[in-house]
Design a protein around this ligand. Structure first.
Ligand SMILES: Cc1cc2nc3c(=O)[nH]c(=O)nc-3n(C[C@H](O)[C@H](O)[C@H](O)COP(=O)(O)O)c2cc1C
Length: 391
């Protein structure tokens, strides 16, 4: 058995990633904002939901196929956009997208990714979404729309929870900067992880490949990522800009970072086709509610047609079953695949997706569900809201 095969769950892969990465890099993936309350709640909230099984249902065959952003997906999971992926493994986004394609899942590339969207599209035929921001320079956003269309991206996810960078204190303590550089504090940790450090320091150039043509200063100067975000992100944007983007793109568009039924409704009214309920994995507004707790109300607000994606906190396949029962179209994961990537490149991401898929199918089987379309509120119960006998 290889070490990856010995990993039983996402938690095991997280520990493998922690061993493999220098501490500042691991903390960049693993950490959240302020006191990391939302980060912990995102995961813990799933445990408050009980699954109510149906027994004596024929579960020899289980139907899990669905459609997200209008694209087919083998089961209701997608891979969230994450920036700076080359920092975690030399194969970067191509490894993640490759594993997503192997598993028949949608992949989303971040604006802050380290692979050009055209290169990603060329290497990866599967369904793909580009995560976009509305920058101060609207021309840059419009340029992304045109590039995504030309490259054959199927959808856009507009991230709206990042008017400023969150206060990630682990990164401040470790002195993490962009591109990663050695500080006295982190030097020892880098030296202790030559398996990561040598390729990272000598390998292909580390770059925000999709925006670097506009911000040369970033590649050459001492500017940190935080300065960059502060400079380009537009705090003045509102719903008018969503309407503008929906018109420009004229295709599947999800607003990522929506938390309330009101904003979900407004997203659809402004031309989006879906929402990603998300607090950016607890990396932005600490204290924001757990996405899973918002699903039911959001679904009610947007009706049946819109995509409602629960993004954040998923660590088990059973979490996806709970989210679907509450009304989600699908779930989306960030850290779980990054742990796999750091632990072992594309095979590591494959391992995570295999584990989650097996957990998902086993949970459905045990819950007596032979078609995900049959999942409903009847199958899930929040033990904090009412005693289960009242169900
Ligand atoms: C290392 C890292 C980088 C991220 N970069 C981005 C990004 O560039 N754009 C974005 O919209 N979200 C980004 N996210 C948030 C993810 O898309 C997603 O919302 C979050 O990871 C979901 O929570 P989870 O990690 O618990 O699955 C990032 C998350 C992580 C962990």
């Amino acid at each position: 058995m290889t070490p990856l095969e010995r990993a039983n769950n996402v938690s095991d892969l997280r520990l493998m990633a922690r061993r493999r990465l220098p501490r500042p890099i691991f903390d960049y993936i693993d950490g959240g904002a302020d006191d990391e309350v939302s980060l912990r709640r995102n995961v813990a909230a799933f445990a408050d939901y009980e699954l109510i099984p149906d027994v004596l249902n024929d579960v020899t065959e289980i139907r899990t196929e669905t459609s997200i952003f209008g694209q087919p997906s083998r089961w209701p999971l997608m891979l969230s956009p994450t920036g700076l992926t080359r920092m975690f493994h030399g194969q970067a986004e191509l490894a993640v997208a490759g594993a997503a394609a192997h598993h028949g899942l949608l992949y989303s590339l971040s604006t802050m990714g380290t692979t050009r969207l055209e290169d990603l599209a060329q290497a990866f035929a599967g369904p793909k979404v580009f995560q976009i921001y509305i920058f101060k320079d609207r021309g840059l956003t419009a340029e992304f729309v045109a590039r995504c269309r030309a490259a054959g991206f199927h959808g856009l996810a507009l991230t709206v929870d990042t008017p400023v960078a969150g206060n990630r204190e682990r990164d401040r303590v470790s002195g993490l900067s962009m591109p990663p550089k050695l500080t006295v504090r982190s030097l020892l940790s880098f030296l202790r992880h030559p398996g990561w450090s040598v390729p990272a320091m000598t390998g292909s150039k580390f770059d925000l490949a999709n925006v670097s043509h506009k911000v040369d200063a970033l590649a050459s100067g001492p500017m940190s990522l935080f300065d960059y975000i502060g400079g380009q992100f537009d705090r003045s944007i509102g719903w008018r800009e969503v309407e503008w983007l929906a018109r420009e793109w004229d295709g599947p568009l999800a607003i990522k970072g929506v938390m309330t039924p009101e904003d979900a409704h407004r997203s659809i009214a402004s031309g989006a086709t879906g929402v990603m309920i998300s607090n950016h994995g607890g990396r932005q507004l600490d204290g924001a509610p757990a996405p899973v707790d918002q699903i039911e109300a959001v679904r009610e607000a947007v009706g049946d047609a819109a995509d409602v994606i629960c993004d954040g906190g998923i660590r088990r396949g059973s979490d996806v079953v709970k989210a679907l029962a509450l009304g989600a179209t699908a779930c989306s994961i960030g850290r779980p695949y990054l742990y796999g990537l750091a632990a072992g490149g594309e095979p590591g991401v494959n391992r995570v997706l295999t584990i989650l898929r097996a957990e998902f199918n086993r949970t459905l089987t045990l819950a007596g569900i032979n078609d995900i379309a049959a999942l409903s509120l009847r199958h899930v119960h929040n033990r904090l809201r009412s005693p289960s006998h009242a169900h």
